[in-house]
Unconditional design. Structure first.
Length: 477
């Protein structure tokens, strides 16, 4: 059972090769292997000219004559699906998905050209730091072109500090809403980070990078007070600095902020909710936070602690799969192939599918990210779309995603209809019981104990696989 839980929670779905790895390494050995692997890079993910590693001038040529507001998020989704479906570092790819949402930026239609920086943010911020230290990740995000543009910190200066990024840094990225600060602290944070901005104009496809401008920085004495879980205030302050060295105040402040107990609890609660269940105990969150603080915000020890906890081991199929997880899981379970041409059929198919299913990766309009809430994913309309996805994939009707349903039919074919249903259910990891097998057999046109010759396997294989991918158990992990 522990091996099954690991495959459900630390991967996007089991494959025959992955099952062999777990059997060979054991549950703990497999977990340690996953904890040691980094996310996929940009090389070999998509073929042809791609936005993934293009410089701004190259991006201008690549996007000439196409719908830029659609192409960029769609190609990022395409690449994310390919990586999640094929990369050996499954846990690392799950963490990329987690952090992309935690530090969400918008790459659709906007007046600040955030979209042009989205590939850089994915490559140089999220993927580079996904399995590292939270302190370094948050600092990299604060200095990223994408976040600077999205939350307006590039506009901030001493006489008119912009509070957008300062507020979300506290509320969404570190201590959390109700995390022991007030409006005065938001103002002070905005002043600490005044002068943090950009050099270059990415909207004109210029090389653009973070730059600190001391002329725009507030050199006044500044302080921030955060009330900790024990009710005691923790204070960061600076006597005020001017000149290039004033940038260090912002760096020191973010490091202090990411090491606070409030931040530890906020981040660890989100992780536990993502990997364990929607209702996690305070004991688990507190113990994870202790590990976080004891390990200088390193995320791997926190993941190890969480994934070997009793609470994790006692949970199974309590989390609704997001549409991204569902699509990737179906691809992995069936062995479907995804065309890798950047901007090709799969780019359009995957980008549109995730939008239709409500999973607007890179296009969520608010900085809080897509909700980790089952009620967001399971509604009358979204369930119907999930079933439609299963039917189209299982019958090979998704442009750019190839699948032959007969490729999963065992050889020799099982003797009875019920045995065939059970064999495919086990291959897909859908977890159906005897009653469901009987009902599905009847739907196919024969009792479960009838010989398989009673049905046309070549005609029903696609619909059978679609049914198995649509059962309630498969919607959970």
């Amino acid at each position: 059972m522990r091996q099954a839980r690991l495959l459900e929670r630390v991967t996007f779905g089991a494959t025959p090769a992955l099952v062999d790895d777990v059997v060979r390494l054991g549950a703990r050995g497999f977990l340690e292997q996953q904890l040691s692997l980094a996310p996929a890079g940009t090389s070999g993910v998509l073929t042809g000219p791609t936005i993934l590693d293009a410089t701004p001038p190259e991006l201008e040529v690549l996007l000439d004559g196409v719908n830029r507001d659609r192409r960029i998020p769609h190609e990022l989704r395409h690449a994310a699906v390919v990586r999640a479906a094929t990369h050996p570092g499954q846990l690392a790819e799950l963490m990329v998905d987690f952090w992309s949402n935690h530090l969400s930026t918008y790459s659709g239609t906007d007046d600040k050209n955030v979209k042009y920086a989205a590939p850089l943010d994915d490559r140089d911020v999220i993927r580079r730091h996904a399995m590292g230290r939270v302190a370094e990740l948050v600092l990299a995000s604060a200095r990223s072109v994408s976040m600077q543009l999205y939350l307006d910190n590039f506009r901030s200066n001493a006489t008119s500090p912009n509070q957008n990024y300062a507020r979300e840094l506290l509320e969404l990225h570190t201590v959390g809403a109700g995390g022991g600060y007030d409006e005065g602290d938001v103002d002070q944070v905005s002043r600490i980070l005044s002068g943090w901005g950009l050099q270059g104009n990415i909207g004109r496809f210029e090389e653009t990078r973070f730059a600190f401008d001391p002329r725009r920085h507030d050199p006044s004495p500044l302080s921030v007070s955060i009330t900790g879980p024990d009710g005691r205030p923790q204070v960061w302050s600076t006597p005020g600095r001017s000149g290039p060295e004033a940038e260090q105040d912002g760096i020191d402040f973010i490091d202090w902020l990411t090491h606070l107990p409030n931040t530890a609890r906020f981040v660890c609660r989100k992780l536990a909710r993502r990997f364990v269940g929607d209702d996690v105990s305070e004991q688990l969150v507190a113990s994870m936070a202790d590990v976080y603080l004891a390990n200088d915000t390193r995320i791997v020890p926190v993941l190890r602690h969480m994934l070997t906890s009793r609470e994790f081991e006692s949970s199974r199929r309590t989390k609704v799969k997001t549409p991204f997880e569902l699509l990737v899981g179906m691809i992995r379970a069936t062995g479907a192939t995804v065309d890798r041409e950047a901007g090709g059929a799969a780019t359009t198919t995957i980008g549109t599918l995730l939008t239709d299913l409500g999973h607007d990766k890179w296009s969520w309009p608010t900085p809080d990210g897509i909700p980790d809430d089952p009620n967001h994913w399971i509604t009358t309309s979204t369930v119907l779309r999930r079933w439609e996805l299963a039917g189209r994939l299982a019958n090979g009707r998704l442009d750019g995603i190839g699948f032959d349903p007969l490729s999963l039919v065992p050889s020799p074919v099982p003797d009875t209809v019920g045995a065939l249903v059970r064999a495919l259910a086990e291959r897909l990891g859908t977890g159906v019981d005897d009653a469901a097998i009987s009902a599905i057999s009847t739907y196919l046109g024969a009792p479960h104990d009838a010989p398989t010759s009673a049905i046309r396997v070549d005609r029903v294989a696609g619909d059978l696989i679609a049914l198995l991918l649509s059962v309630p158990a498969y919607q959970y992990r």
